[in-house]
Write a protein of this length. Structure first.
Length: 476
């Protein structure tokens, strides 16, 4: 039998939680997180969805209904709606090994349920400041980064400006990861997808207990630094990538807010608040590479390109079996996996002229091990820019893992280019700074630009085995 490598720090935390709960059974202190989103249905109709992430240590069951408030400065009184629990929800979202018995099943391994509530609403007018909100009592016990948070309501909100266009909020496609390991890098992305292709901007914002009223953070903690981390907690505002390197045993709360823009106008926002527990563990987190084994997570391609690349998984715990999946973030693309115990993911997408746009196309990949009690999980994001900017395409071209050794000299050059390679070179192409191919042939035929004007050029070299390399050089 494989040795268990569970998050042992959780055992003492669970005892503390049990003591708190049995002393305060009159409160439904069950909330480990929440999120609020909406979908445009037509006319002035919207479907609003509230997700409750319930800590199964709470003594009470999830409520049958939640209550939505809809407000705007144009209204004399807010509108109220009853949100109904969606049948079939309440599934556990934490990844545990088959042998673990969770608190949701009467065991001792902490787990979280996902409960979903929905209601359709009709807005009475077009307004720039619609606010959808849900309050729920109360946060789970034992939060160490806030002051008496278990006495606070949770306040989730989403905002909408429907004055000039109809809009659905972005969708969260990745479930939260609750438990992370101390003294290890942790990567996570919510996998937000906007079906209308709007521009998204991400921020860490205060955890709210009421509208415009934050919880009280313990000294040293804030919305921007919700946990002890070195380097500090960071959220990339463009990609939504979260990075934490925890250095303490803690239980904290973090709120992500995503803002949505169209043609420079703010259309709305959506939020997700989630509890994160950190502490020491013996399990080593699985990791994913960048594109083709590099540390590069963005790719620039011309429209019409059939873009394909590989993502490699790895784990310092060599005996563990890894599972690699993606969030289907680019619907026309494919993502296949092969190999065990450390699978390789292959992403492919045939782009077209209609895909040309300034914003990237994004997807996320999730890697999980089979550690017991808790699986180690990380989520990385990848970005495809479909562009006519040739400089971006050539400057940012990733190369495949196992690229042959290639030396290009001199650089700068007055004309002749010397190419040395560990493999036989099949073809050489040279492009100018506007993307025009000015040379196309074998190495001895193409590697001379004596007759070309001074400037920046890009040398694309393809080996006999099909491996490709791109080099930037300067003609004096």
């Amino acid at each position: 039998m494989r040795t268990s490598k569970s998050l042992t720090f959780l055992l003492s935390a669970l005892l503390l939680l049990f003591n708190f709960i049995t002393a305060h059974v009159s409160f439904a202190t069950d909330l480990a997180g929440s999120q609020l989103t909406y979908k445009y249905l037509g006319g002035n109709d919207y479907r609003v969805t509230y997700v409750l992430y319930r800590d199964c240590y709470a003594p009470l069951q999830a409520p049958v209904n939640e209550f939505l408030t809809v407000n705007s400065a144009t209204l004399t009184f807010p509108l109220s709606y009853t949100m109904n629990q969606i049948a079939g929800t309440g599934n556990e979202i934490l990844c545990v090994c088959p042998a673990a018995v969770t608190t949701c099943a009467g065991g001792l391994v902490t787990s979280i349920q996902k409960w979903v509530y929905e209601v359709d609403v009709t807005l009475p007018a077009q307004c720039p400041d619609w606010t959808f909100s849900v309050r729920h009592c109360c946060f789970s016990y034992g939060v160490t980064t806030g002051v008496n948070v278990h006495n606070n309501y949770s306040y989730a909100e989403a905002r909408l400006n429907n004055t000039n266009s109809n809009n659905s909020s972005p969708r969260f496609t990745n479930e939260p990861v609750i438990s992370i390991c101390q003294n290890q890098d942790y990567h996570y992305n919510n996998g937000l997808v906007d079906d209308e292709g709007d521009s998204l901007f991400y921020l860490l914002t205060p955890v709210l207990q009421n509208e415009n009223q934050s919880i009280t953070y313990q000294p040293g903690f804030s919305s921007q630094q919700p946990l002890t981390s070195s380097p500090q907690v960071s959220l990339d505002p463009v990609t939504g990538d979260l990075f934490i390197h925890s250095t303490a045993t803690e239980k904290g709360l973090i709120t992500y807010t995503v803002y949505e823009f169209r043609n420079g106008m703010l259309l709305g926002s959506a939020t997700r608040t989630i509890m994160i527990v950190t502490g020491p563990c013996t399990n080593q987190m699985p990791v994913l590479s960048g594109i083709n084994g590099t540390n590069q997570y963005s790719n620039y391609v011309f429209p019409g390109t059939n873009v394909c690349f590989d993502i490699y998984s790895n784990d310092a715990d060599a005996a563990q079996l890894l599972t690699l999946t993606w969030n289907d973030g680019i619907q026309a693309a494919t993502f296949t996996t092969a190999g065990t115990p450390h699978p390789t993911g292959t992403f492919c997408w045939q782009t077209s002229l209609s895909d040309l746009r300034t914003l990237p196309y994004d997807f996320t990949a999730r890697i999980a091990d089979d550690n017991c009690d808790y699986n180690g999980v990380q989520i990385y994001s990848y970005h495809i820019f479909v562009t006519l900017d040739s400089a971006q395409v050539w400057l940012n071209a990733p190369v495949r893992n196992g690229q042959p050794f290639i030396s290009v000299s001199p650089n700068p050059t007055k004309g002749p280019i010397i190419i040395q390679s560990s493999e036989i070179i099949e073809r050489v192409k040279i492009f100018n700074d506007v993307g025009a191919c000015i040379r196309n042939g074998r190495k001895e035929d193409a590697a001379d630009i004596c007759t070309e004007p001074p400037g920046i050029y890009f040398l694309e070299i393809t080996s006999e085995s099909g491996k490709r390399s791109v080099h930037k050089f300067i003609k004096e």
